[in-house]
Design a protein around this ligand. Structure first.
Ligand SMILES: NC(=O)c1ccc[n+]([C@@H]2O[C@H](COP(=O)([O-])OP(=O)(O)OC[C@H]3O[C@@H](n4cnc5c(N)ncnc54)[C@H](OP(=O)(O)O)[C@@H]3O)[C@@H](O)[C@H]2O)c1
Length: 333
């Protein structure tokens, strides 16, 4: 089989396409012929050794895939060879054959393309868990989405709208805000970047202007940096602030008087850990996502497709803040 491998820590240019031996599924595992692999921000960190996980090398990045089951290991009964499935292996997706834990491998409906299947779990799964199980968002509440044109961001816009929330999209360019508006955000605004962003207190003036005097009920934050404090300062009493990631690079240091004054909660969302700790709950959540997809309430926005050999270019686009929605590697072998 072919695999795009990371043999040394570095940028996407260090990945090499190689012939390697086909893996075999162990007990509780599934071997999948990859048809599509969704790329995510963690892939850009993993290959540079900047992620919380440091897998032994060589490894292939690529945390989520869709394809056809080739073989299953012992104890796997819910899928079998020939099934069309999606899975979240966490690693190894940029290869023509992928081994994934059966617990995070589910059949996809005939109407779902492999590309959509490969673009569902990491972003929609994370946000669905965050909005529905952590923030317990209710219809009629307001939801501020940071980085609203990214993978997590557009998923949050769609899922927020599907919950009946009023979605405010915030992003660094008008094109990203427009993408969020097209996916159901009620309103949106562009935030400054670099030195122009100032500090969190200064930036809060802009955020408050767009979030209104009452403040926002829920914040979905996959960006961090200076934007986090500005968003927290714009919250309503009793709000819930979802910490999803730190794409801006800096892990914000939040003045603890803010959640006190706002009577709000800061809630961490770590989907991979949630999936490991409570696979039964995640199974239910994935079922809910597939139902939302079937209804047409959500549909991953895939802005670019790449062949396996160009998987590094997809990761480079994500790392340089250029990606819109999801980028997917497609294997047509
Ligand atoms: N907690 C979890 O379980 C979980 C699951 C999946 C992902 N994540 C995390 O969520 C974050 C977003 O992931 P994603 O896959 O949605 O990424 P993405 O598609 O690249 O979106 C991230 C967004 O962050 C913003 N950003 C700000 N500064 C940036 C920078 N220096 N470089 C790149 N982007 C920057 C960009 O929006 P603007 O340009 O509009 O600011 C970008 O659209 C990452 O930190 C990822 O690790 C967490």
């Amino acid at each position: 089989m072919k695999a795009l491998l990371s043999r040394q820590a570095g940028g996407p240019e260090t990945l090499t396409l190689e012939d390697v031996a086909d893996p075999a599924p162990g007990p509780g595992q599934v071997l999948i012929a990859m048809r599509a692999c969704g790329l995510n921000f963690p892939d850009a960190l993993l290959i540079r050794d900047l992620y919380q996980l440091r897998p032994p090398r060589p490894f292939s990045p690529g945390g989520e895939v869709a394809g056809i089951v080739v073989d299953v290991g012992r104890e796997v009964t819910h899928v079998r060879a020939g099934d069309r499935v999606l899975a979240m292996p966490g690693l190894g997706g940029l290869a023509t054959r992928v081994v994934a834990d059966a617990a995070m491998c589910v059949k996809i409906p005939a109407a779902m393309s492999f590309e959509h299947g490969a673009a569902l779990l990491v972003t929609y799964g994370t946000v669905h868990y965050g909005l529905s199980r952590r923030a317990r968002i209710r219809a009629g509440e307001s939801l501020l989405v940071l980085g609203a044109g990214g993978g997590i961001g557009l998923a949050a816009v769609e899922l927020g709208r599907a919950c009946g929330a009023r979605v405010i999209a915030a992003a660094s360019t008008q094109a990203k805000v427009d993408a969020a508006l097209a996916r159901g955000a009620s309103t949106g605004f562009v935030y400054p970047t670099g030195e122009a962003a100032g500090d969190g207190r200064q930036l809060a003036q802009l955020f408050k202007l767009h979030c209104g005097a009452q403040g926002v009920d829920v914040v979905c934050d996959p960006v961090g940096g200076v934007y986090a404090e500005a968003a927290l300062r714009s919250m309503a009493w009793g709000g819930r602030y979802l910490v999803i990631g730190f794409a801006a690079g800096d892990i914000p240091r939040i003045p603890l008087n803010l959640p006190l004054l706002k009577g709000c909660d800061i809630q961490g969302v770590l989907y991979g850990a949630h999936a490991q700790r409570d696979p039964a709950a995640v199974k239910v959540e994935i079922g809910e996502l597939l139902a939302l997809y079937a209804e047409g309430a959500i549909q991953p926005h895939i802005s670019a497709r790449f062949p396996l050999s160009q998987g590094g270019a997809a990761i480079a686009a994500i790392a340089s803040r250029q990606a819109l929605g999801k980028l997917v590697v497609v294997n047509e072998e």
